[in-house]
Ligand binder design. Sequence first.
Ligand SMILES: [Zn+2]
Length: 231
Amino acid sequence: MNRAILTIDDISSLNTRWMVDYLVEKDIVAVMFARGENVEKFYEEAIYAVKNGMIVGNHSYSHKAFSELSLKEAIEEIEKCEKVLDKLYKDAGVQRKYRPFRFPYGNKGGENRAQIQKYLRENGFSKLDDRAISYPWWRENGANEDIDTFWTFDFEEYRISWNDGFTRESSLMKMDDPNPQNGGPLFGENIANIILTHAHDETEAVWPKYLKEMVERAIAGGVTFVKPEFI
Ligand SMILES: [Zn+2]
């Protein structure tokens, strides 16, 4: 079996409602990692995600690289986003069961790495159940021990807007790559992935309905999206 958990970073945005409607239609529960400042900007869109069963997690308030922050600043970034998310769940009338966290850029905080993990562990953050992930590098990098949610497959669709030659076709080709430069392959037997994509404001101009195209291609290739569980 090829199972995957879908994660969507940087919500909320103008296209959040559309994403949520599509995921509900496909019966997929995604973990949406929110930037606190984006939730404040597109509040009704974030409420819509929570009300429709998506798990909204913490992706810091203002998306700074954590290795550039002091430990105190890093914790402030996390806690400021927590406050926004607590209010969000309250306003949506939904009980907040899980508190997953993802670092902006996957930057685990440089010299503060161990201290931040300790903070997450001691302050009720939720670890995504990653026990089905069998890539050796997942363990070698300590991701199996860490509380934060890293990923194993990145569509890299955000690169399209960089104008560096990466296109929609590059992202689709990466899906078929049996040996990607970083992370694991999307397709294969007896594998498990945490898949990363993003909410974008500009996407309708760059790649309309990208989420639909990615998800449908993944399913056609044998991926089963499973409900996120926490340990
Ligand atoms: Zn991000």
